[in-house]
Design a protein around this ligand. Structure first.
Ligand code: AMP
Length: 463
């Protein structure tokens, strides 16, 4: 999602329909998706009431899933959920999801993962047509657009299809409408969305790891441009198609390694990245050490390919959240030490290969290498399983401005010096693509190459 202060966020969405109450499953589903967002969480359920429209019940708040739903229970056998992750400035309860929209034809609840590029333009047009906005999120812009198109077409699915004609950007949606759960994935397929089933329970989730938690079988990915409707039966429709552009960073960092995305296990990709990195940038060393947790799987691959033993030279305090949650750079610097501590007996006088998945600002590695040297390490060779990140993400990953990327201003040699490593190497772009195993044309590599799948939109007119 994007708010008007130009802040981009990662999120996860979840939807479920069953013959029994779904609240507990939705809760555990969101719990499994917590890595995609720790700022706020919410669940909306639908209950049949005496009126023929039914009722949408929502509970959402700031905080982790376990905090937000303490002592809460929502009835209903159909529902959607959301976890949200953002940086400074947009931590507001009004922007938490699911969002409920009331309009002349009724109401629906919606949750969104992604970021819309033409949000401002759409908002102006919708306001001109009478929409009044209660939040600063682009999620509400999508919802109001769907509501207006529904009123025009008299059919909810046609309303979604029409909205998809106008939306430019990343959106994986779950919608709770009329006792049904609807999953929508944009035509580029930027963000993931999968479908699962067990007996009469259907689930839609950002990642398959949430299905495993609930013992639900992964059926398939929801296809780019697909609209899946889970009601009495399952229906599938096709909306606006675009050139497929799956986000490579989901494979590198964002998704959980036990998830399967676009039919590819994330774990296999990360391991292969490590193997390729070992072939591309070998080095003589005593130990391969991951930056926990982000470098673990690539380290397994690097160690296997290089025959250098894998070791846990750094211990992570798992009760501390992700570095990026802290709003300013000062706090981030300190948080590295709170989070990671070297095992000096293991690293002392050793030449190590230190592996992480990515460098953004360089803060983590700069601090870590200092700590490792204080612990007596002999040499630190850094290997990174993603090519240099140089350009902002417009499609929902929290990397917003050129200034924050160390690689947008500095060469590899300069970065090596700045973080204090003895050597530094990144996986090549071809190596990354090879590890993912999808054709280059089907990947969004915008943050690496600056070549974005969506070109600047022309002035738009809503029909
Ligand atoms: P930095 O310390 O700024 O160089 O950030 C790199 C570290 O943050 C690595 O350990 C990554 O695993 C992690 N990271 C990379 N991208 C993100 C992101 N969008 N949100 C949170 N953490 C990230």
């Amino acid at each position: 999602m994007n708010d008007q202060k130009d802040i981009r966020e990662n999120c996860a969405v979840f939807g479920i329909r069953s013959s029994k109450d779904i609240f507990t499953d939705a809760y555990y589903g969101l719990y499994a998706l917590q890595h995609r967002g720790q700022e706020s969480a919410g669940i909306a359920t639908y209950t049949n009431t005496n009126s023929d429209k039914g009722e949408i019940n929502v509970h959402k708040d700031m905080g982790l899933v376990s905090e937000v739903f303490k002592g809460v229970y929502l009835e209903g056998n159909v529902g959607i959920g959301h976890v949200r992750y953002s940086t400074t400035g947009s931590s507001e309860i009004k922007n938490a999801q699911p969002l409920t929209i009331n309009y002349a034809k009724g109401s629906f609840a919606m949750a969104h993962n992604g970021n819309i590029l033409n949000a401002d333009e759409l908002k102006r047009i919708l306001e001109g047509r009478g929409s009044i906005f209660a939040t600063t999120t682009d999620t509400e812009i999508i919802a109001q657009l769907i509501a207006q198109e529904h009123m025009k077409t008299n059919d909810f699915i046609d309303g979604i299809k029409n909205a998809m004609e106008y939306l430019k950007g990343a959106y994986s949606l779950v919608i709770l409408y009329d006792g049904k759960v609807i999953g929508v994935r944009d035509g580029w397929g930027f963000r993931p969305l999968v479908l699962g089933k067990k007996k009469d329970t259907y689930v839609i989730s950002s990642e398959s790891c949430a299905l495993d938690t609930l013992d639900i079988k992964l059926v398939r990915d929801i296809k780019p441009s697909e609209i899946v409707v889970i009601g009495e039966k399952l229906e599938s429709y096709t909306g606006k198609k675009h050139k497929i552009s799956h986000c490579m960073f989901e494979y590198v960092y964002f998704s959980r390694p036990d998830s399967i995305m676009n039919e590819i296990p994330i774990y296999d990709v990360r391991k292969k990245m490590g193997e390729i990195l070992a072939r591309e940038s070998p080095v003589s060393a005593d130990l391969v050490i991951p930056v926990p947790d982000s470098g673990i799987t690539a380290s397994v691959g690097y160690s296997k390919e290089s025959n250098i033993p894998y070791s846990e030279g750094l211990m992570k305090n798992r009760y501390v959240g992700r570095t990026f949650i802290l709003p300013d750079q000062n706090q981030r610097e300190r948080s590295v030490r709170v989070k990671l501590n070297p095992i000096t007996s293991e690293i002392k006088d050793k030449k190590i290969v230190l592996i992480d998945d990515s460098i953004v600002r360089g803060t983590t590695l700069r601090r870590l290498i200092r700590i490792l040297r204080e612990g007596g390490v002999a040499k630190v060779h850094v290997r990174i399983s993603c090519p240099p990140i140089r350009f902002p993400c417009m499609y929902g990953i929290d990397m917003q401005t050129h200034e924050e990327f160390i690689a947008s201003k500095k060469s590899v040699e300069q970065i090596k010096n700045e973080i204090g490593a003895d050597s530094l190497a990144y996986i090549s772009l071809d190596g990354l693509i090879d590890a993912i195993g999808l054709p280059k044309e089907k990947l969004c590599l915008g943050c690496l190459t600056g070549d974005y799948p969506i070109k600047k939109a022309k002035q738009m007119k809503l029909g």
